[in-house]
Design a protein around this ligand. Structure first.
Ligand code: ATP
Ligand code: MG
Length: 749
């Protein structure tokens, strides 16, 4: 959900306006103790995004104060992730360990001011003395030490004269503070360990609360943005910077809600356990929620950034549905990547009346994608189809090849089955078929009706590839770790067959394998001898209803051609509804089918329809958004009513809001149960259709992109999409796309 300008940006803008800071400096401060995950992507997106949008700077800082778990490999992984997401940290990577000498000096200043002391209680006593939420703590007797004694002890701590745990340095704040973190927090502890950068130079290491605020200050950070867990640490942050009375300006801390995703573990420590336990092949295993994992799986940086944008920045924690991330990658690849054919579980088909060989000019992209590209697709007498695309005794509603039902070979001819050849065990070995010469795709005048088109490859020309099918790594919504691993999260198919162009032309690294999903040439294991493809994501959100279906046979997943397998016939009521929706209301058959078959949905639909006579737009929302909610809860538990959905549709119809914004409003309705009109007003989501408001934005974008303007004027009209996209982005999706389109077209003429 895009919340437009979030609260952090509001603060930043106010601080710039009031002159509190001349330049915005943020930082992304990971601890290099593991590979960054999708939660870090959110933090990167926020910190680097703010710096970029307000012409400031974002520092990449390794928060390396916990030497036992950190190393350079993780530093490199963090750099890779930031770079891959498209951000630039400038000349150097910062390390907290570079500030150890300065931090030591600041500690001495606090000791001299009487604001810090060396305590010699042991860990257990320290805990005991701290008190509880209901009881104040009491101060250690060592707090009475003189400044001189503290200075001398602290120096000896630094010089390695004590063992681990013998002493600590603490801030002298308030042992009865309501905020427990303020009860004389620890500043330094003794640790005789090797540091991956500082070597053996130090045996005392600063605690997060002491090091972080000062590192921010040293770097000139203005806005120190962190997750909500640190809310209570803010008091220490301020106390230290205030007590030291540093030269202004100083940084301030702001907290936002961390990202949580269901079916996902979001902690480097828990992810490390999977790596060390061998449950995954490494940090970049394509099932891992690490940035390296998504990258290797085939996710694009754009899809991840888009996801981060959609989920927004909030001040309360919530759980994001993993399907939202999957939606983002699907959405990105849908219009980008070539579509080719791959057969995962081959069944041989011999076309007995075909004796020649031909190459079919087959487009890589469907009509509605503004990209062009063709390959020569070999067609011959022997082909392979997907084993599941043939059934000898099909149930009703099976639309693919059967002994009685012909089927179209995508891009090629219609075939029908003449004979089924079986082995001695009764398993189908091959199909003898016949093709119809007049049925060639695009010039079909055979008059033969088929219900679906299936993928195929020419036996003599197909290339064998390894395909890795991934499923969710965890089988429950809130996994803890190893114990919740889904044992079927990886399925390897050694001898899948792809059409030859995939290998020989290498048009792209990502492909849509028709009806199977999106795939990516594995950047690590792919070789010419053994091409390996990772499944990035299926063509539609199939996991919501994935229950007892057979997992060994990959399921067809096309949306457009209606090829789902076992479909039960409709009863009389459903048929009548279907006809009404399809014939009378003009809904397409897929939508009509969905509505007619689901009693809850059709009830809801009819009720809303009685409020607003807008069957098509309404059906759209009901079969997509409402249906998704109804998978999770019962009709009676929905937070929104049919009336409110009708109201939402009215706003789309009269162009008060765009259909993109409508989705956002819907999400809000799901959560809060509030009225759509109210949501739109409160959040200022009204669509902007007034040219006078849109034109200045267009002008700005035109000025900012002289190169693209020149290209457009030279004939690259595809760039229209780019300009429209930029305007929509700049207006946070609020500009009316139709108006934007025509205004830009006029402007750039
Ligand atoms: P982990 O528990 O996975 O190690 P962490 O918070 O300890 O996470 P750091 O390396 O210290 O990880 O975090 C670097 C930055 O990333 C911090 O500012 C932290 O707040 C942020 N961050 C970490 N996890 C998330 C998350 N799930 N959502 C948003 N930001 C996060
Ligand atoms: Mg951590």
């Amino acid at each position: 959900m895009n919340e437009g300008k979030n609260f952090l940006r509001t603060i930043v803008e106010e601080d710039l306006k009031s002159g509190k800071y001349k330049e915005i400096v943020t930082r992304f401060p990971p601890e290099p103790n593991g590979f960054p995950h999708i939660g870090h992507a959110k933090s990167i997106f926020i910190n680097f995004g703010i710096a970029r949008d307000y012409q400031g700077h974002c520092n990449l800082r390794m928060d390396d104060t916990n030497p036992t778990k950190e190393n350079m490999k993780y530093v490199e992984a963090l750099k890779d992730a930031v770079k891959w997401l498209g951000y630039d940290w400038g000349d150097k990577v910062y390390f907290t360990s570079d500030y150890f000498p300065k931090l030591y000096d600041y500690a001495i200043r606090l000791i001299k001011m009487g604001k810090a002391y060396v305590d010699s209680l042991n860990e257990e006593e320290i805990r005991e003395y701290r008190g509880s939420v209901t009881e104040p703590g009491k101060r250690s007797k060592f707090a009475k030490r003189s400044v001189e004694e503290n200075l001398s002890l602290f120096e000896k701590m630094k010089n390695g004269e004590f063992k681990d745990g013998e002493h600590v340095l603490r801030a002298r704040i308030d042992m009865s503070a309501a905020n427990m973190k303020m009860r004389d927090p620890l500043m330094y502890r003794i640790k005789h360990v090797h540091h991956f950068r500082a070597g053996e130079k130090w045996c005392i290491y600063p605690m997060y609360d002491f090091a972080h605020c000062l590192s921010d200050y040293i770097e000139g950070v203005t806005h120190s943005i962190c997750t909500l867990e640190f809310e209570n640490n803010r008091d220490i942050y301020n106390w230290i910077l205030d007590e030291l009375d540093l030269k202004l300006p100083r940084p301030y801390q702001y907290e936002f809600a961390r990202l949580n995703i269901n079916y996902t573990v979001m902690s480097k420590r828990k992810l490390l356990e999977l790596v060390e336990g061998g449950q995954v092949s490494g940090w970049d295993d394509p099932r891992m929620p690490t940035i390296a994992g998504y990258k290797r799986r085939g996710y694009t940086p754009e899809s991840i950034l888009n996801f981060c944008d959609q989920i927004g920045v909030a001040k309360t924690n919530s759980m994001v549905d993993i399907s939202q991330l999957e939606f983002c990658i699907r959405d990105d690849l849908n219009k980008k990547v070539p579509r080719v054919m791959c057969v995962l579980d081959p069944l041989k088909v011999i076309i007995e009346n075909y004796n020649g060989y031909e190459e079919i000019d087959a487009s890589y992209y469907p009509h509605d994608v503004p990209k062009e590209g063709y390959r020569a697709l070999p067609f011959s007498r022997e082909i392979y189809i997907e084993r599941s695309d043939f059934m000898e005794n099909p149930p009703k509603g099976y639309f693919r090849l059967t002994p009685k039902q012909p089927v179209r070979l995508k891009h090629a001819y219609i075939i029908s089955c003449k004979e089924v050849i079986k082995d001695t065990n009764g398993n189908i070995k091959e199909i003898k078929a016949e093709y119809y010469p007049a049925s060639k795709s695009g010039q079909d005048n055979s008059g033969i009706k088929v219900k679906s088109a299936i993928q195929w490859v020419s036996a003599a020309h197909a290339k064998a590839v390894e395909v890795r099918l991934y499923d969710r790594l965890f089988s429950c919504q809130s996994p803890e770790g190893v114990e919740d691993i889904n044992p079927n999260s990886l399925q390897i198919i050694k001898n899948a067959l792809v059409e030859p162009a995939v290998i020989s032309e290498k048009l792209d690294e990502r492909f849509q394998f028709e009806r199977h999903g999106y795939f990516y040439a594995d950047p690590v294991d792919y070789t010419d001898e053994n091409p390996v493809f990772n499944k990035i994501v299926g063509l539609k959100d199939s996991w919501a209803k994935k229950t007892k279906e057979d997992k060994t046979v990959p399921k067809p997943q096309s949306k457009k051609i209606h090829i789902e397998g076992e479909i039960t016939p409709m009863n009389e009521t459903q048929k009548a509804l279907f006809d009404k929706y399809n014939l009378e209301f003009g809904l397409n058959s897929e939508v009509a089918n969905t509505l007619a078959r689901d009693e809850n949905l059709s009830l809801f639909y009819e009720e809303a329809l009685s409020v607003i006579g807008s069957p098509v737009s309404l059906a759209n929302i009901v079969t997509n958004e409402v249906a998704r909610e109804l998978k999770q809860v019962n009709l009676s538990e929905l937070k929104f009513s049919a009336n409110q959905i009708a109201e939402l549709v009215r706003m789309i119809d009269d162009e008060t809001i765009s259909s993109k914004i409508a989705k956002q409003v819907f999400e809000e309705m799901v959560k809060s149960g509030e009225n759509p009109t109210q949501i739109v007003e409160l959040k200022g989501l009204v669509q902007i259709s007034d040219p006078a408001k849109i034109l200045p934005v267009i002008d700005e974008i035109i000025t900012k992109n002289p190169d693209n303007v020149a290209k457009f004027k030279a004939g690259n009209t595809k760039l229209l999409g780019f300009f429209v996209g930029q305007v929509l982005k700049a207006t946070e999706g609020k500009a009316n796309p139709k108006v934007v389109n025509s205004l830009i077209a006029k402007k750039l003429k």
